[in-house]
Design a binder for this molecule. Structure first.
Ligand SMILES: *Cc1c(COP(=O)(O)O)cnc(C)c1O
Length: 498
């Protein structure tokens, strides 16, 4: 070892005893900073493990109430309070007034409870603070992302040419995919390019097209069948019309698991049509992609023929936000993202054989989120993940039966994944139903009894349960449906008297 390296590796000089050494608040090799880290983490972890003061899905505090709690707090005091006081002042209310995502009656959105191994990984991800924009900022984490992507492309059935990148979620995956699809046509794509997607597809498709500079009418909404799946004959007709008018068909976006109905578009038939017209096929599997980790992966047949796939692990795979991936069947299609920055990807590679992940992302600095997926897959395993996902699907089937068994509720459709949509049927006739549904949702939320969603289907307001928690078992659902009935009837009586 030469002299300079030995000096660099020597223990840092002891801090002066008088002044507080703020540098100990920055995690580094010093014993004091590591002790500060451990103390802070143990306090926070104990606080989470001991649980929230609220026993339900939410404390019930109103917006004004929460606002009041924050009004009493000086966010940037002259002299800091130290971690224990800051956790008491901020951590405590943050925990007590959070939506309890792990509560079995938190069943509103595609917003999952989190897996314990992923939380342990989050400590490593944040504390090591690796950034995936260059290999020298994330030596091991870069290779972890590569390996996890290889596992994902294999699960999806993509060819050996496949590649991918972790993203902040489905919206970013969708936008990146559409950018890459459009890049094949240059400026022409923005002038006269068209994107086909079903009328039930996620709003991020439309938003992406707008941000990418497509014309206002560039996204063509294709009709869906009764179950919410894209009609392939309508897609074919739309495609023929656009081509005959001299338009540029940029991509078809199929959805594997629509946000409301969980509908899975007929992927294989769409792939046939896409292949016949050299059309880029993107599959938004942000929701339904979770099936890849279960025995039900066969329901995604045709996915392996996509050009690009959006996956979200913070939907069905129990990952803390944010965690998504974009997969490409042909890694060469990432080329339009490979803009050069002398400081990140120099012409003469300094580090031979190092993957250059910045060339596959619209982000520069990027979290090492693949680590939590790897920790989850490795520690829970195939059987465990399959069991967890199957449990949520079984809970959903049971919930639909429980809805059907109640005369004051009408099931909208048989469930496809883990959402259940149904209407409240008031005794006083259907006029009041929409209003009572919305008011019931708010009342149950504020009572901490359940977090439910509402959505509009066939022009009417429906309740929506999203059962991503394996603990949202039939007995929990029965209690929630009973509470819906009681609350709705009360509101109805109140309404009649008013
Ligand atoms: C949730 C969702 C998205 C958006 O993903 P984010 O991770 O929230 O950005 C896109 N498509 C579908 C089908 C979704 O369910």
């Amino acid at each position: 070892m030469n002299m300079n390296v030995a000096v660099l590796k020597a223990a840092p000089a002891a801090a002066p005893a008088t002044e507080p050494d703020y540098a100990d608040q920055i995690l580094g090799p010093s014993t004091a900073s590591r002790r500060a880290f451990r103390d802070a983490m143990l306090l926070a972890v104990d606080m989470v493990a001991d649980g929230s003061a609220a026993s339900g899905s939410y404390s019930g505090t109103t917006v004004q109430g929460l606002s009041g709690l924050l009004d009493d707090l000086d966010p940037l005091p002259e002299v800091g309070t130290g971690i224990a006081a800051a956790l008491a002042d901020i951590g405590r209310p943050a925990l007590d007034h959070a939506l309890a995502v792990g509560h079995p009656a938190a069943m509103a959105h595609l917003h999952c409870p989190v897996a314990v191994p992923a939380l342990a990984a989050e400590v490593l991800i944040s504390a090591t603070n690796q950034s995936l924009d260059s290999w020298d900022q994330s030596p091991f984490a870069t290779l972890v992302e590569e390996r996890v992507l290889a596992q994902l492309t294999k699960l999806a059935g993509l060819p050996p040419s496949a590649s991918g990148s972790f993203t902040s979620g489905g919206s970013q995956s969708n936008m990146t995919a559409l950018y890459l699809a459009a890049a094949r046509f240059g400026a022409q794509a923005r002038r006269s390019g068209v994107i086909f997607t079903s009328e039930q597809s996620h709003f991020s498709i439309r938003k992406s097209a707008a941000i990418l500079g497509f014309a206002d009418d560039a996204v063509i909404a294709i009709a869906t069948d009764a179950e919410g799946r894209m009609s392939v004959s309508a897609l074919e007709a739309g495609l023929q019309r656009v081509l005959s008018e001299g338009g540029v068909a940029v991509a078809v976006v199929a959805t594997a698991g629509t946000t409301d109905l969980g509908a899975i578009d007929p992927l294989a038939e769409i792939a046939d049509l896409a292949a016949a017209h050299d059309l880029w096929m993107h599959v938004d599997a942000a929701y339904g992609g979770g099936l890849l980790f279960s025995r039900h992966r066969g329901r995604l047949a045709g996915l392996e023929r996509a050009h690009s796939i959006a996956l979200d692990f913070h939907k069905m795979l129990f990952q803390p936000i944010s965690c998504g991936a974009l997969l490409l069947a042909d890694g060469a299609h990432f080329a339009p993202l490979a803009s050069k920055a002398d400081y990140l990807n120099p012409e003469d590679a300094v580090f031979a054989d190092a993957p250059n992940l910045v060339e596959r992302s619209m982000q520069t600095t990027r979290r090492a989120d693949a680590l939590k997926v790897l920790m989850t897959m490795r520690s829970i395993g195939r059987d465990g993940l399959d069991a967890l996902i199957c449990q949520t699907l079984e809970n959903t089937r049971a919930a639909a039966e429980a809805v059907e068994a109640r005369d004051y509720l009408r099931l909208a459709r048989p469930p496809s994944l883990s959402t259940v949509l149904f209407r409240y049927v008031p005794a006083g006739g259907p006029d009041l139903a929409d209003e009572i549904t919305l008011k019931t949702r708010a009342a149950l939320f504020h009572a901490g009894i359940a977090a439910l969603a509402t959505t509009v289907l066939d022009g009417r307001v429906h309740f929506k349960l999203t059962l991503l928690n394996p603990r949202s078992t039939p007995d929990v659902v029965h209690r929630v449906l009973d509470a819906i009935g009681e609350t709705a009837r009360e509101l109805e009586t109140h309404h009649a008297r008013a």
